[in-house]
Design a binder for this molecule. Structure first.
Ligand SMILES: NC(=O)c1ccc[n+]([C@@H]2O[C@H](COP(=O)([O-])OP(=O)(O)OC[C@H]3O[C@@H](n4cnc5c(N)ncnc54)[C@H](OP(=O)(O)O)[C@@H]3O)[C@@H](O)[C@H]2O)c1
Length: 327
């Protein structure tokens, strides 16, 4: 009999790739989605659907016991929300509820997809984020993920692994895609004019390490990137090379962008929605140094990223073209 894994956030960008990787590893996949989730793109995958009640620990425990999940990869999360309390509810409370249920039901491993936003970027261009860097999240999103980690660590009997990915890109992503689409249109906008060290991880590499983490040493936390750092222009430069396109490059004043983002945020919240580009997102985009050390993920998880930014963008842009997201 195959081992069974519950993947939450299955309808999302990362979730799709987690499912593919789990199936490749001969796991039986239960995809946790909501009644409102868009799941057309999952229809050809050999998976079962489930609709966990993240607000109910007893119901979650029953579900885990009845469906006999061996493992859980918890990727459901809010990357955009209208308030800090919404982030905390979805990212921290729901994570705790599922983890508590997993502990009670005795799952073999609970892998939590956290975020490098729990640490926050370094303010200096020198140095890199390591295991010893004290968490200093500067967004409500990062704070909610850190709270989730703290709640998880309070569960003494749970066998967990926490992964903290930096910015994730790849087929089906809709966030970094906003920038790539501008490049395709010949527009190359930047916020402010500072030197930056950015880090990225290709979604298929993240999926590989997430599945590896199911069989990893317990109770540890790993920062995840492709191991490199990139200056702020490299993503656009590679994209222009791949699309054989030219752009007009310009730098918008930070304060101007903040005002526009604040207005956009207010309009979205009046409509009851979370803005895609908001003040928090801006602060992440203009942060100085996201370079992070992944040596421990290499040695303990056997995580050897297969895609640097050029290889990952080649795959990604080909997918966007094939699927008519880009011309
Ligand atoms: N993308 C990145 O750059 C990045 C970087 C670091 C960490 N992460 C983490 O990776 C995970 C996946 O992110 P993603 O980029 O794949 O985001 P995404 O495409 O927005 O997917 C989020 C998933 O979470 C589910 N979800 C959101 N709110 C929920 C709720 N209240 N109840 C149940 N399910 C809910 C969504 O379900 P619906 O489809 O029903 O909305 C969706 O399946 C998140 O935990 C995120 O924090 C992402």
């Amino acid at each position: 009999m195959k081992d069974r894994v519950l993947i939450t956030g299955a309808s999302g960008f990362v979730g799709y790739h987690l499912i593919e990787e789990a199936l490749k590893n001969n796991l039986e996949v239960y995809a946790a989605v909501r009644k409102s989730s868009r799941i057309e793109h999952l229809k050809n995958l050999d998976i079962q659907y489930t609709y966990p009640a993240f607000n109910d620990i007893a119901a979650l425990t029953r579900e885990i016991k009845e469906k006999k999940y061996d493992y859980i990869i918890h990727a459901a999360g809010a990357t955009k929300a209208r308030s800090a309390s919404e982030y905390n509810l979805i990212n921290a409370t729901y994570t705790f509820n599922l983890a508590k249920a997993a502990e009670e039901a005795g799952v073999k491993k609970f892998v939590f997809i956290s975020s490098l936003a729990t640490i926050g970027a370094l303010k200096s261009i020198n140095g890199l984020i390591t295991d010893n860097t004290a968490p200093a999240p500067f967004t409500a999103y990062g704070k909610s993920k850190l709270l989730a980690e703290e709640k998880l660590k309070s569960l003494t009997k749970l066998n967990y692994t926490i992964l903290r990915p930096t910015a994730v890109y790849g087929p089906r992503d809709t966030d970094i895609f906003i920038f790539l689409k501008q490049i395709a249109k010949g527009i190359e906008p930047y916020i402010g004019n500072i030197q930056q060290k950015l880090s990225f991880v290709f979604v298929k590499d993240l999926a590989v390490v997430s599945v590896k983490a199911l069989f990893a040493p317990e109770k540890s936390t790993y920062n995840i990137s492709d191991g490199n750092f990139y200056d702020r222009y490299e993503m656009a430069d590679i994209t222009k090379f791949l699309l054989k396109s030219k752009t007009i490059k310009f730098h918008l004043p930070v304060n101007f962008v903040k005002i526009v983002a604040a207005i956009a945020g207010n309009i979205s919240s009046l409509r009851g929605k979370a803005a895609v580009v908001n003040l928090e997102k801006i602060s992440e985009l203009i942060a100085v140094n996201w370079h992070c050390d992944i040596e421990r993920a290499k040695s303990e998880l056997g995580f050897y990223p297969q895609y640097n930014l050029k290889a990952g963008l080649t795959d990604t842009i080909q997918w966007y073209k094939e699927n008519k997201w880009l011309k």
